[in-house]
Write a protein that binds this ligand. Structure first.
Ligand SMILES: [Zn+2]
Length: 154
């Protein structure tokens, strides 16, 4: 396959421009473009979108970019997406924020005092630090056999 080239083809219509455009034929049914002739202002690969803080947003690729690696003689292909249809990465809807807040809140409520200490509790204890410290202190005291003395004094 070394030396295979993709001839220029005048394509009647493409999603990223008005009127006929030169492409390198088609690949998997999509217009094929060579590196350098893809309109950088209109089309971007997934990686290029991520570099711009964007994601394809569910759109199908509108073209395929091929890059020839001279060293290996291999050709690789990358899907191209319309930049204008891309969306910012991780848009948070109000419902998503609410769900996230609830999930975080549940993990922050202390088992003993029922308060929200405003940080996520250690899952091993489920206690806020004051309660954890108190629990530890009590059991330490019990271990020492002075729990009753300690309770009367308090
Ligand atoms: Zn607590």
């Amino acid at each position: 396959m070394a030396g295979k080239t993709f001839p220029w083809v005048l394509t009647a219509s493409v999603p990223w421009a008005d009127g006929p455009q030169y492409t390198r034929g088609t690949h998997d049914g999509l217009p094929l473009l060579s590196y350098g002739c893809a309109p950088r202002a209109k089309l971007a690969t997934y990686r290029q979108l991520r570099a711009m803080g964007l994601r394809p947003n569910g759109q199908d690729p509108v073209a395929v970019l091929y890059v020839r690696h001279n060293a290996s003689g291999k050709t690789s292909f990358a899907s191209l997406y319309l930049i204008e249809k891309a969306a910012p990465v991780r848009p948070m809807t109000p419902a998503k924020w609410t769900a996230l807040a609830k999930a975080n809140l549940a993990r922050r409520i202390c088992r003993i005092c029922g308060k929200d200490p405003l940080y996520v509790l250690p899952t091993s204890t489920g206690l806020c630090w004051p309660c954890f410290a108190a629990e530890t202190a009590v059991s330490d005291t019990v271990d020492c056999g002075t729990a009753d003395d300690w309770a009367e004094a308090a």
